[in-house]
Design a protein around this ligand. Structure first.
Ligand SMILES: CC(C)(COP(=O)(O)OP(=O)(O)OC[C@H]1O[C@@H](n2cnc3c(N)ncnc32)[C@H](O)[C@@H]1OP(=O)(O)O)[C@@H](O)C(=O)NCCC(=O)NCCS
Length: 155
């Protein structure tokens, strides 16, 4: 069960984090909710990291890494975010706490649109996003999967 007091830290992902990220990303329960559902080798993940220099963040709690925040399509005013949590660490409030932290940080940095994409059948993620202030603005089907675009509304 989630706790409202869950405290997480975010640090910029570096090359040494890639194995951790790759393991979570490749787990069946994660991949099935990603756009690209293929397994990705650690080698390819390292090449991707070197060539694109992504600004992703490792989520940790009490010094233990529990998951990561993805960012993409960053224009310095608008940004797409996402999050995957280690399989054994789900349901402890880590994603909720990490989203709250990154969203607050992004607004502080001057971002005006924070958005995400989620598959409609991802009930856990849909519940989470609805509860932290995202609303659906669009929906589309690709390969018979319904993808929802959501944007964060600042209170
Ligand atoms: C979606 C995901 C990131 C949520 O991470 P998490 O740390 O387990 O989520 P939290 O513990 O912070 O839970 C936050 C909210 O999610 C929802 N939620 C969590 N577990 C749930 C479950 N088993 N059933 C239904 N809703 C659930 C609830 O709304 C919950 O809030 P509450 O506990 O106050 O009711 C995680 O399950 C995950 O990594 N899933 C696989 C990859 C994925 O789907 N990524 C997102 C792609 S858009």
């Amino acid at each position: 069960m989630s706790s409202t007091s869950t405290n997480v830290d975010l640090r910029l992902m570096s090359e040494k984090d890639l194995e951790f990220v790759n393991t979570i990303r490749n787990h069946d329960s994660t991949r099935k909710f990603l756009r690209n559902t293929n397994l990705i080798s650690l080698e390819d993940t390292k090449l991707w990291f070197k060539s694109t220099q992504p600004k992703w963040f490792i989520i940790s709690c009490d010094g233990n890494d529990v998951g990561y925040i993805r960012t993409s399509q960053d224009t310095a005013e608008t940004i797409c975010i996402g999050c995957d949590i280690d399989v054994d660490k789900r349901g402890n409030g880590y994603a909720r706490a990490a989203y709250k932290k990154i969203i607050s940080d992004l607004y502080d940095k001057g971002y005006i649109v924070i958005w995400l994409e989620v598959f409609k059948n991802n009930n856990v993620a849909m519940n989470l996003y609805n509860s932290i202030g995202f609303i659906e603005i669009n929906s589309s089907y690709k390969d018979e999967r319904q993808r929802v675009t959501m944007v964060h509304i600042r209170k």
